[in-house]
Design a protein around this ligand. Structure first.
Ligand code: ZN
Length: 144
């Protein structure tokens, strides 16, 4: 049995779009040279899509371990040609994967920041106004 709990339907018209572990996905087929990439099917909207859709590996023929190795080398500060020599992947493929990973990271950042708490400066001004109000009330209570 395949674990699909981390996947969700990406069809914008699907009622279960973006809901993980909703029980609407199943593995319809496998493809690739080693048939290692799963083709998922959404029971709610009848869409079929690759498990790699929306990821930096979308459209890539690299095995996941090699792609991760390429990205790890880039994260560690290795250059494109140095990564090419170490991993054995052509520099054009490395550049394409790096661009996709960068775009994916930017979208993930924007999505996560959109739901972050209010500006900390605003929090400081609210706390200081509360302290001022409390001080006024305490001073007023002392007089009366
Ligand atoms: Zn769907």
């Amino acid at each position: 049995m395949d674990d699909l709990s981390s996947f969700c339907c990406l069809n914008p018209e699907c009622p279960l779009r973006g809901r993980r572990d909703a029980g609407n996905l199943s593995v319809r087929d496998r493809y690739g040279k080693q048939r290692h990439i799963r083709l998922l099917h959404c029971n709610a909207c009848k869409a079929r899509f690759s498990e790699r859709k929306g990821t930096p590996l979308s459209g890539s023929c690299l095995p996941p371990g090699v792609a991760v190795s390429v990205l790890e080398h880039l994260v560690e500060g290795n250059g494109i040609r140095q990564t090419e020599r170490l991993v054995g992947v052509h520099r054009d493929t490395i550049m394409r994967l790096a661009r996709k990973a960068g775009d994916h990271a930017r979208h993930a950042h924007d999505e996560l920041v959109a739901f972050s708490p209010r500006d900390p400066g605003d929090l400081v001004s609210r706390v200081s106004s509360t302290v001022t109000d409390f001080s006024c009330h305490s001073w007023f209570d002392l007089i009366c």
